[in-house]
Write a protein that binds this ligand. Structure first.
Ligand code: SAH
Ligand code: SF4
Ligand code: F3S
Length: 473
């Protein structure tokens, strides 16, 4: 069992991975080995899984949706809320029986949960049938870890505390050929008092603009039409780079790339929304009219305790400026109810803000105590019953607003990027508007991958039905 913690990644470390990938590819030729990855959590994890899948594919493994068929199984985990962790431990327990039946199978757990010392200790103690454990900072080292696990009888554990380097050129196996995720900044410096992400993803590190542009250019060459720029806080992009470049500058550069038609990004922190960025969204034709702007609470008292660094007044001012400049912009958010010390009055402030902003949709969460965060130790943790009641009330309010907002779309003609056939209704196509709303409509499958104009004829809280008007040229 080896446990190694380090910060610096050397050229040799990276070359070693490439060599192992090549060796494994030769070794695995004609063996028809398969891999299965189960991903939890946010888009960061979804994209990390695409990198793991990329490395596995180059090593000669093929993807399978079926756990039973796989020779390598990976669980890429999330620890943002306790509920997620409990679910993952439950799934990991189920793997025991599979390992007994198929002892040659390789089981790995990775991702954010593995950055928590207690979790690794629990796996070491109670889940000895797991073959490999690694974290978020040494994903690039997966080929070496897998090779070690294949040659070891005990669990290979390799978790790093941090990593100040960015490793480029990891192969990526993207799930589809139309829309792609692209990392622009890793980690988070904000330390919102409820949040575990800065502890498991480390400090902010921006990718060099050239690396980002090169990746997007090659995606355009492969036929990708839409990209989503990823970061825990994309608005602080560039702060740590020697070149003077910010997020708005990056959007200008990407907007010039031929072949890419839509640019999205997530997530934005309200404290860092500049006028320059608002004008970039307004002026750049490819940047979509949608902003995910997590507010978390509508109460100034709670926002301060959360260390969010803005007030509700400032937040509302940003919303007003956004709508003045980009009238059709869709705005979505994240809200937490039941943060320690949240009174009825604080919660009413949140409801009031939701009514004022009229979000297109909102992800709503019950506060979950996370080990090692500042809020864990705060007094006045809110009663579970009250948290649930507040969540219910908030969801009810937001649903009625979502319906009202979508109703406004009735009769309008919108641009839709056709993504595929509808899962529910196979003779319908499905796609998204620039404002990120899902539209179903009747049409031929040769429209998949194309931009079409669709007239909205029926709306619900989450989806809309439309009628094909014309294909765009
Ligand atoms: N970096 C992004 C997203 C972070 S995690 C951002 O800052 O917006 C996604 C969401 O999970 C957060 O916006 C927050 O609403 C929620 N969240 C984070 N920690 C939480 C906790 N301890 N309990 C409940 N919800 C939490
Ligand atoms: Fe967590 Fe706050 Fe960072 Fe988002 S900005 S990841 S909520 S600490
Ligand atoms: Fe979860 Fe890690 Fe994302 S904790 S929300 S998967 S950054």
């Amino acid at each position: 069992m080896s446990e190694r913690k380090e910060i610096i990644v050397t050229e040799e470390d990276i070359k070693k991975q490439k060599d192992i990938i090549n060796q494994m590819a030769i070794l695995n030729k004609d063996k028809y080995l398969k891999f299965h990855i189960e991903t939890y959590g946010c888009q960061m994890n979804v994209h990390d899984s695409e990198k793991l899948a990329g490395m596995l594919t180059e090593m000669g493994y093929q993807h399978t949706d079926n756990l039973e068929d796989a020779d390598v199984i990976l669980f890429n985990t999330c620890c943002v809320r306790q509920h997620a962790e409990i679910r993952i431990f439950g799934r990991v327990s189920q793997l025991k029986e599979l390992k007994q039946r198929k002892p040659n199978i390789i089981l790995g757990i990775c991702g954010c949960m593995m950055q928590e010392k207690e979790v690794v200790a629990a796996i070491r103690k109670d889940y000895p049938y797991i073959d490999m454990v690694f974290g978020t900072h040494n994903l690039f080292k997966f080929p070496e870890i897998l090779q070690e696990a294949l040659n070891s009888d005990t669990t290979v554990i390799d978790v790093w505390d941090d990593n100040s380097n960015i490793v480029e050129d990891i192969p990526i196996r993207r799930a589809e050929g139309l829309k792609a995720w692209v990392n622009i900044i890793y980690g988070c410096n904000n330390f919102c008092t409820y949040c575990i992400v800065p502890y498991v993803r480390g400090r902010e590190r921006s990718r060099e603009p050239k690396d980002i542009i090169d990746e997007i250019k090659s995606l355009a060459d492969e036929g990708f039409k839409e990209i989503t720029l990823l970061g825990q806080n994309v608005n602080s992009y560039g702060n740590d780079l020697s070149q003077k470049v910010d997020f708005a500058d990056l959007l200008y550069m990407i907007n010039n790339i031929n072949g890419i038609e839509r640019i999205r990004f997530m997530t934005s922190h309200p404290k860092d929304i500049s006028d320059k960025l608002i004008f970039a969204i307004r002026d750049l034709d490819k940047v979509c009219e949608h902003l995910h702007l997590p507010v978390q609470s509508g109460s100034n008292r709670i926002l301060e305790k959360m260390n969010r660094k803005y007030t509700r007044e400032r937040y509302l001012e940003i919303i007003e400026k956004l709508r003045d400049n980009i009238p059709d912009i869709a705005i979505t958010t994240d809200i937490i109810v039941g943060f320690p010390g949240e009174t009825d009055e604080d919660f009413q402030d949140t409801l009031d803000l939701v009514k004022k902003v009229k979000y297109d949709s909102a992800y709503t969460f019950i506060y979950s105590k996370r080990k090692g965060t500042v809020a864990e130790k705060m007094p006045d943790q809110v009663d579970e019953d009250i948290k649930h009641k507040r969540l219910e009330e908030l969801i009810k309010l937001q649903n009625s607003i979502s319906i009202e907002k979508n109703n406004e779309m009735n009769g309008k003609i919108v641009e839709v990027l056709v993504e595929g056939t509808s899962k529910r209704d196979s003779d319908k196509l499905t796609g998204r508007t620039r404002t990120n709303k899902i539209v179903h409509f009747k049409g031929e499958s040769n429209l998949i991958g194309k931009f079409v104009d669709v007239k909205i004829i029926e709306t619900k809280a989450w989806t809309m039905q439309g009628e094909l008007i014309s294909e765009q040229i």
